[in-house]
Design a protein around this ligand. Sequence first.
Ligand code: UDP
Ligand code: MG
Length: 324
Amino acid sequence: MDKLAIVVPCYNEEEVLKLASEALRGVLADLTEKGKIAGDSFILFVNDGSKDRTWELIEEEHTAYPAQVSGVKLAGNVGHQFALTAGLVTAKDMCDVTISIDADLQDDVAVIEEMIDRFHEGNDIVYGVRRERKTDTFFKRTTAQAFYKLMGLMGVKTVYNHADFRLMSRRAVEEFSKYKETNLFLRGMMPLIGYQTANVYYDRKERAAGESKYPLKKMLALAFNGISSFSVKPISLILGLGLLIIFFSILALIYALFSYFTGHVVPGWTSLILSIWFLGGLQLLAIGLVGQYIGKIYIEVKQRPRYNIEKVLYDAADTDVERS
Ligand code: UDP
Ligand code: MG
């Protein structure tokens, strides 16, 4: 039977913590009864340097339900993505499979069962995908959609409408922990891990209590980080622009020379206009070229794993013969 750890990053969540604990303990009990997970499965709350009573509440829950509720206390506020990573990496040595979920119960805990079913069918990562975004404001909906589109254009693979509600097998977390980069954007990293994945669909609810810990500023930072951590395409765009401008400056050269020889021109205009366009193009080209190298350095510095071997078929009998 597989032991499940539900990882919940919490920042100033005193209003929802008990609710979350109760709901998730309910899910654990239900799934244990149905024989889908081991009886010693547990919830791991990660306190991300909360300024309110969140940690005290986690301690209380742990005292009341020592087997079902555990906690990790981070020394300061490091942000959702880091807190989640800390939780997953801590949990991986204690369980067979993890599920990450927000503390505010916006993600439907009812689909956890379906996630576990997909896991038992052999999927290492199961993405929770929102069916629609009715509960979001018009602004959040449109900006989020624009973000997924932009990510796609920049060549970053992500699962559309999936946030960080996700099941990961132990070996998927193990592989994920080999990604040592500091600019974390988990949603972008998941597809790099490989393995078989599946989606489960749910309707995202309103926050159970408290308010969003992701104000516009943090949201924009996450979006920019998502793109700049995964794509060097913007650099190629500079290079392309440089080439384009040089191309136009050649057209302008032909036009300017034509005007010059037909005499319809103010003295000095030809050389001036040509130098401006040609040099501008050349500069962009040069920046783009330097950028290509910086892009390469950037990729190298990340030291990401280059591959993830899932299986090896190898017949050891041959080597034994040789040895004897
Ligand atoms: N969170 C965190 N550290 C932070 C900000 C948020 O651990 O610095 C947690 C928060 O407690 C919640 C999850 O990340 O469990 C998602 O945050 P929130 O629900 O406020 O974001 P939204 O759903 O509004 O995008
Ligand atoms: Mg939320």
